[in-house]
Design a protein around this ligand. Structure first.
Ligand SMILES: *Cc1c(COP(=O)(O)O)cnc(C)c1O
Ligand SMILES: [Zn+2]
Length: 429
């Protein structure tokens, strides 16, 4: 069997190049399904290690290095890559680990991707698929990072990019990127959920290819966050993987990756997934808490704009990911997110607000006894510090509405004198 598209609701199957985003019969979400038994012999133990010593652009990419698990029969000439992935797995350092409440904490920094977020891992796969199906234009709704990434990958391969933002709630660095990379950039008078509805309709009616995370090829690329992480760890699984949840594409991709790696025998146990939402954008948490009785939606409100989503498109796939990984869901306040961010930033690592929900979530889960202090935990930092300079400046200036600047580092002003400099010594943090 080759890889194919399969509807997770009605089971309908289509060829990989069928140019479908969702099921043409029932509207359900599609999976890219691989024949794991057929792939197993190809995955010689040393295959991925050997590629680390290669200069081939596909081998250099932290996505396409694992191409058997992403798009097994892909034609190398079609691949649109910026050498994405290859992100650092940082040990947290004693102070940050103590803050989180666990002895062993690592941070996988997806903000080190070419456009500054994990979206590049999904976009290299999604834009490659857009080329394979012959698209000329690509479209997305975005809280900012999807658009930055799509704009870049479309530009390097000569596709028209149309990006749609909810007006007023996109961080400065992300809008700047979309304009700079030349995307047709549009603000919609509505929130992200309204914007995604509009864009999905447009992609149904117009000759344009949709690159939100309902596109199953995006998720195949994003699986490599887990694959590369486990490769970096010599295929030793941690106890916990912690990820922020917005549209739940990453959570879904992580579940699928861990499920497949376990089925392939590359890992001998599946780590538990912890999905962390912001209190003001917590539809998955609400459903989790009531035992999946109802699919909740909310009018989302949080300073972590990357996860300001009230009706996550990948909801059913995220539930499946939780089942595959014995996962949990929690929520944290904006105050907890921004304080955790200040700690991650001051550790020298840095991230955007949504990413810091992970460390805030770990603190809460340790407090509640779900994560044990001795557990081995990996948090995925999803975006770069510079994506949202406003949040940083306002936090440290004490002007962020509704948030106390617990760990503010305030700007000082001095006269140009040596005495004034001397007085600063030993005065930091
Ligand atoms: C997109 C994004 C998220 C949310 O990821 P989902 O896959 O939509 O759940 C979190 N953090 C950052 C920085 C993002 O760009
Ligand atoms: Zn279907």
């Amino acid at each position: 069997m080759l890889s194919l598209l399969k509807c997770m609701d009605c089971g309908r199957e289509d060829a990989l190049d069928a140019r479908l985003i969702t099921c043409p019969v029932c509207g359900g979400l599609l999976d890219v399904v691989h024949d794991l038994d057929a792939l197993r012999p190809a995955l010689a133990p040393d295959l991925f290690n050997r590629r680390l010593a290669s200069w081939d652009p596909l081998d250099r990419s932290g996505v396409w290095r694992y191409r058997e698990l992403v798009h097994p029969a892909v034609d190398a000439a079609q691949v649109v890559t910026r050498g994405e992935g290859n992100t650092t797995l940082y040990p947290a350092g004693r102070r940050l680990a103590e803050y989180a409440g666990v002895a062993r904490l690592h941070l996988k920094h997806e903000g080190e991707n070419p456009t500054g977020s994990f979206k590049d891992r999904g976009m290299t796969a999604g834009v490659t698929q857009a080329r394979i199906v012959g698209a000329r234009s690509v479209i997305c709704a975005s809280t900012g990072n999807t658009s930055a990434s799509m704009a870049s990958y479309a530009a390097i391969t000569g596709l028209q990019a149309l990006v749609f933002f909810p007006v007023g709630y996109v961080a400065l660095g992300k809008i700047a990127q979309s304009l700079a990379y030349g995307a047709t950039s549009v603000q919609v008078e509505g929130d992200f959920d309204d914007t995604l509805d509009l864009v999905r309709q447009a992609a149904d009616e117009l000759p344009i290819y949709l690159l939100n995370s309902v596109n199953p090829f995006r998720l195949e690329g994003q699986k490599t966050i887990m694959i590369e992480l486990l490769h970096q760890r010599g295929w030793h699984a941690p106890d916990w993987i912690v990820v922020p949840g917005g549209n739940l594409g990453n959570s879904s991709a992580f579940g699928k990756a861990l499920h497949e790696l376990h089925a392939l025998g590359l890992i001998d146990r599946v780590p538990r997934l912890a999905i962390v939402q912001a209190e003001g954008a917590d539809p998955l948490y609400r459903s989790y808490r009531d035992g999946w009785q109802t699919r909740h939606t909310v009018r989302a409100e949080t300073l972590a704009t990357a996860i300001r989503i009230g009706n996550p498109a990948n909801y059913p796939k995220a539930i499946r990911a939780l089942a595959w990984t014995d996962g949990v869901v929690t929520e944290v306040s904006d105050q907890a997110i921004l304080d955790a961010k200040a700690q991650i930033d001051a550790a020298g690592i840095g991230c955007e607000p949504a990413s810091a929900a992970t460390v805030a979530g770990i603190r809460r889960l340790v407090d509640e006894g779900t994560i044990a202090p001795g557990d081995d935990v990996v948090a995925v930092l999803t975006g770069h510090l510079l994506k949202d300079p406003d949040a940083v400046m306002k936090y440290h200036a004490g002007t962020l509405a509704g948030v106390a600047s617990t760990y503010a580092n305030t700007m000082r002003t001095i006269q140009p004198s040596l005495d004034a400099v001397a007085a600063l010594l030993g005065d930091s943090v």
